[in-house]
Design a protein around this ligand. Structure first.
Ligand SMILES: [Zn+2]
Length: 357
């Protein structure tokens, strides 16, 4: 097999190197007869820590659609995806060399009729532990809970399950070697989940100073999905005639989003980049999320680390590009740390040693 040579500064440390790819792996020892791959700034494969392969506005999509989603993510440089819940069985993606590496969470687990239609494994509190076992078995070490959603009877955002049910669910997941994350828009659900030792919070717009301190202390991660929060005003407007209290809650969470997310960062919470690519948002939009995080006030190296080396380490993959590591990386013409907009224009995407885009 012919070796490929890539040269340029290798992030995160930025040391200028000649990097070779042979049999899908990285080597710094020059193989004979290496052909030129590309040159530029070399970044370990990007990570979308919150997306949904196989999911559309009405639930599961067909295999062709799911494939197109995964290809769009790959071509945007997202080579490792943490799927945050899918109604489709997407295990087949993992046998495809040309598609990003995929860490699945099974289906979302939600309360009966308290989430988007056809999305979740819907249960009542007494069935929650069993659902967690079920989804832990069908996922890749992650379980996704719907932490809160509109309660139409109450007319406001409310936790999906009682605090003690959530605590038991987290314990059951951990006993089944799965980490747990939860969709959380509001505040009420958060103290119980964090106290029960949840591993990650998605969105997290209801976080408060005491909670971010606790998260930082325990190592609870936050995937703020900043770009996706732009749907809050629309959700509020659509609900306002029938559910004015819920609409006001969503408006308030939206208005405070910058302050909330920056307080988590300042407290030392580990943040990761998630596009939430699904029905409402197209795939291949991780660069948009990275820019949205940066515009909020997060430094470029923090944001890029959150979408690359730090996220890779968090998910149990090679953080950097060391000798013998899988050859998953992206090459850019200019330094993304100077201008993150270049992420939208990769010069070369290399997955399992093969060049795409
Ligand atoms: Zn999502």
């Amino acid at each position: 097999m012919t070796a490929l040579r890539f040269s340029g500064p290798v992030l995160p440390d930025g040391e200028v190197r000649d990097l070779y790819v042979l049999d899908g792996r990285i080597t710094y020892e020059r193989p004979s007869g290496a052909e030129t791959g590309a040159s530029g700034w070399i970044v370990p494969g990007l990570v979308d820590a919150h997306c949904h392969i196989g999911l559309g506005p009405d639930g599961a999509v067909d295999q062709d659609t799911a494939e197109a989603q995964a290809l769009a993510d790959r071509d945007a440089g997202a080579l490792l995806l943490r799927d945050a819940g899918s109604a489709a069985d997407t295990r087949w993606v993992q046998s495809r060399e040309d598609l990003p590496r995929l860490i699945r969470a099974g289906r979302h687990i939600g309360r009966t009729k308290r989430y988007m239609r056809n999305y979740a494994d819907e249960v009542e509190p007494e069935g929650l532990a069993e659902a967690v076992e079920r989804q832990a078995r069908s996922g890749d070490g992650w379980v996704k809970l719907v932490g809160d959603w509109i309660d139409r009877a109450e007319g406001d955002l409310k936790p999906s399950f009682p605090e003690e049910s959530f605590a038991e669910a987290i314990k059951v997941a951990h006993d089944n070697d799965a980490r747990v994350t939860a969709h959380c828009f509001g505040h009420e659900v958060l103290p119980g989940l964090i106290e029960a030792g949840i591993d990650c919070i998605e969105h997290g717009t209801g976080l408060t100073p005491d909670l971010v301190e606790a998260m930082a202390e325990q190592g609870t991660a936050l995937v703020p999905t900043v770009a996706q929060l732009e749907i809050f005003p629309d959700l509020a407007a659509a609900a306002a005639p029938k559910f004015p209290t819920y609409a006001a809650t969503m408006e308030d969470l939206y208005a405070r989003r910058r302050e909330t997310i920056m307080s988590a960062y300042e407290a030392g919470v580990a943040l990761y980049a998630g596009s939430d690519g699904a029905g409402d948002q197209l795939h291949g939009v991780l660069p948009v999320e990275v820019l949205a995080m940066h515009r909020l006030g997060l430094p470029a190296d923090v944001v890029l680390g959150a979408a690359s080396w730090r996220a890779r380490e968090w998910l149990g993959h090679n953080p950097g590009l060391a000798e013998g590591d899988p050859a998953d990386f992206v090459v850019y013409d200019t330094n993304p740390l100077d201008d993150l907009t270049v992420l939208a224009r990769p010069a070369a995407v290399v997955l399992r040693g093969k060049i795409y885009a």
